[in-house]
Design a protein around this ligand. Structure first.
Ligand SMILES: [Fe+2]
Ligand SMILES: [Fe+2]
Ligand SMILES: [Fe+2]
Ligand SMILES: [Fe+2]
Length: 275
């Protein structure tokens, strides 16, 4: 019997978040099944480490999506994630003590149980109404409409952001018109390359100007590059509909959120330099 019945997880209305919830439930079930049979602490510890790493990544992705989609109470949700993350951190540390008792494992599983049920099951429904308003893009509208508040005040980086928005819109338009295969794969690879160059330039800017919390910012960049690698690998085999879903439910929110929220540290710095 599975530890968590992933098929009864409620839907948040965002397909990428829902797919993550499903995947998290599956990986907990895997860890639980291993716990129930012959195993070594190293084997189980490695599986649980992988799960905790995925939870951290899931939180970062979910925060980007809900902020990018315009969920006003995102700060409360981010605080909940922060608390859960530090509770999980305690569990992980206990599991890695050389004399970790069996009780540490029971604690870890009961912690995971309440995380999945109380947070992913219940609290994540706080934001589901936002996705009703962000229904599918229609009528030839671009996926991301450029807005003046995207500007950072650093001409080079602003141009790169504009190019990323244009590229994302082009890929979306092609997928929405049923183009698949090499045409799309080439564009996704180009998006991946432009994004990597932009991140490198931004990180150099951050280092040169001694911007705060740059490590976390660079982590967000690394997560997105890994996701774009995945997308580039899958683009050839995905259907046009799957690609549209990924762009509508994830990449557009990520880009909007990142330019407005995460890159704001650059915007503030540029303003300071002018005055
Ligand atoms: Fe979640
Ligand atoms: Fe959440
Ligand atoms: Fe940026
Ligand atoms: Fe950035």
């Amino acid at each position: 019997m599975p530890f968590i019945k992933s098929e009864v997880l409620p839907k948040t209305g965002n397909k990428i978040i829902d797919a993550w919830h499903h995947q998290l439930a599956q990986s907990v079930n895997h860890a639980y099944a291993v716990w129930g049979r012959q195993h070594t602490m190293e084997e189980l510890g490695a599986i649980l480490d992988g799960f905790f790493g995925n939870i951290r990544r899931h939180f970062v992705l979910e925060e980007s999506i809900i902020r990018g989609a315009g969920y006003e109470d995102w700060k409360t949700h981010v605080l909940k994630h922060r608390m859960l993350r530090s509770e999980l951190e305690v569990c992980v540390n206990k599991l890695h003590q050389s004399d970790a008792p069996q009780g540490a494992l029971i604690d870890a599983f009961s912690q995971i149980d309440s995380l999945i049920y109380d947070h992913e099951f219940l609290e994540d429904q706080d934001f589901w109404t936002i996705f009703e308003r962000n229904a599918r893009v229609t009528g030839g509208e671009p996926l991301v409409v450029w807005r003046p508040n995207f500007l950072l005040g650093v001409p080079g980086l602003d141009k790169e952001h504009m190019a990323l928005v244009t590229l994302l819109n082009t890929i979306y338009e092609m997928a929405a018109n049923d183009h698949t295969g090499p045409e799309i794969t080439g564009l996704v690879q180009s998006l991946r390359e432009h994004t990597a160059t932009h991140f490198a330039n931004e990180e150099a800017y951050g280092r040169d100007h001694g911007l705060p919390a740059w490590g976390e910012h660079a982590d967000m960049h690394a997560y997105l590059l890994a996701d774009l690698d995945d997308l580039a690998a899958k683009a050839e085999i995905e259907t046009a509909d799957d690609l549209c879903n990924y762009l509508e439910n994830y990449l557009r929110y990520w880009l909007i959120d990142h330019i407005i929220t995460a890159d704001d540290v650059i915007r503030k710095n540029a303003k300071k330099l002018v005055h």
